[in-house]
Design a protein around this ligand. Sequence first.
Ligand SMILES: [Zn+2]
Length: 263
Amino acid sequence: MIKIGPAGSSGLGNLKGVCKVAEMDLDCMEVEFTYGVRMDLETARDVGALAKEKGVILSVHAPYYINLASDETEKFTASKERILASCERAHAMGARNVTFHAGFYQKRTHEKTYQLIQKALMDLKKTISRKRWQVTLCPEVTGKTSQFGSLEELLRLKEEIGCGITVDFSHLYARHRGDVDYGRILNKLPKKFHAHFSGIEYGDKGERKHIRTTERFFKPLAKELVGRNLDITIINESPSPYEDAVMMKNVLQTLVLGGCHAA
Ligand SMILES: [Zn+2]
């Protein structure tokens, strides 16, 4: 199953956002803590109960201000706390996947950065299992070359510490300046993962910003997705995530129907 939904509630608030997801016949929604975790646990439980009632799958995006490779103790500690606060709310909401951008290379080598982030994630995993939170840490494929998070780095983390991953296909597009082969990428991925997609503007250093998703931009990915037996959630992160998620769902449905007619 390929499940599709918006990032955030487009300013409606999470409760109304969940209702809109259901009304628009979408499947999932990512609760955004991108500028800070500002939700108490009671609200998290309410959002989770409503999502369950409406059959909407929730995930969580932890704040942007995270650097698990920072050598400044204060920043490092705050980064871990932000992820844990996100996980606690995710657990209260019944959201499994917790997405975040893990950190920056700064002046370190890629390998050293990897080691620091790996260690931090192992510590976080320990805390999560001690607290018995039913969540999966899903560091994200990032869009800027200064950010830790190439597909290879994330697959290595998954392999070595058993975390999840968030595959942002538009970030991959930006990292490789439009030179992407979605088929080859999907061949490297497991059957089950969490994903992001939207239109994207990029420059020499990668991602500039997320923009509206056109059918033309989504189709090359959609064509590669439909033939595979995947169990994935794709969150649309465009400035109009509900509308673009509906478009993506329609494109996939048309491709699937077209495939059946051809057969
Ligand atoms: Zn993303």
